[in-house]
Design a protein. Structure first.
Length: 244
């Protein structure tokens, strides 16, 4: 079921009608929130940045234009081809977030913009930690459930306690967080105007669940605390959970 849904999302991201979305980006807040993430992180120009799930390459191109050394990856060959044509100054490659084709400690920062809620979060975070240098920065903007315990109802929202627990187990420390929930309403309105429907993002049952989980859209920056290796066989069931 999840594989079918992820393929449907890939098809949606490849939809050329999304060019009508602000910044051509299928995520709440567009480049405005990308700028805010960079502000929160304090990341110095010239730093090496990996954009995971880069799509058409809008954020990667923007980051390169303001002085960062950017690499972008996406699972869609079509999107990577388009990104490479639009932003030749950026290195792009087709790759899975759970199996990043880079050596350890390669990047100063890894950015996920509305991506972690749609994929295997634990595997992607583990890979992000591996390719980040010690002290490197993890930048996240994504949709979270406002109440814990509703993961079964709304599978494509991050749960705060579970997400924080994964960060703890992977030796990430949250350095800044901001609530930007107001961008969600605008995003769904823009999606409907561009594609004619929000059905490709939310099924009817998920719309009902939204009323119960009270979704929030958060910006978060975290630092990789240590240079120690995290055991590859740490099971999901051992993840620490914390309340926000």
């Amino acid at each position: 079921m999840r594989i079918a849904r992820e393929q449907a999302l890939v098809n949606l991201y490849e939809d050329e009608r999304l060019a009508d979305m602000p910044d051509g980006a299928l995520r709440p807040g567009g480049l405005g929130l990308t700028r805010e993430l960079i502000r929160l992180s304090g990341l110095a120009p010239g730093s090496s940045v990996l954009d995971v799930g880069c799509g058409f390459g809008r954020s990667a191109g923007f980051l390169a234009s303001v002085g960062y050394d950017v690499t972008g990856i996406d699972i869609s060959e079509k999107l990577i081809k388009q990104a490479s044509e639009r932003f030749p100054e950026v290195r792009f490659s087709t790759a899975d977030a759970a199996k990043m084709p880079f050596e350890a400690s390669r990047f100063d920062a890894v950015i996920f913009e509305c991506v972690l809620s749609l994929i295997d979060t634990h595997s992607a975070l583990r890979e992000a930690r591996r390719v980040l240098r010690p002290g490197g920065v993890l930048l996240v903007s994504d949709v979270f459930s406002g109440i814990d315990g509703h993961r079964a109802e709304a599978k494509y929202f991050l749960e705060p306690s579970d997400f924080n627990g994964q960060l703890v187990n992977l030796d990430f420390e949250v350095s800044a967080a901001e609530d930007r929930t107001g961008v969600l309403r605008d995003f769904y309105a823009q999606l409907i105007m561009s594609t004619g429907s929000a059905d490709s993002i939310l099924r009817c049952d998920e719309r009902a669940a939204i009323k119960r989980i009270k979704p929030r859209y958060l910006l978060m920056t975290c630092h990789r605390v240590t240079g120690e290796t995290v055991a590859d066989d740490l099971p999901q069931s051992r993840l620490v959970t914390q309340s926000r």
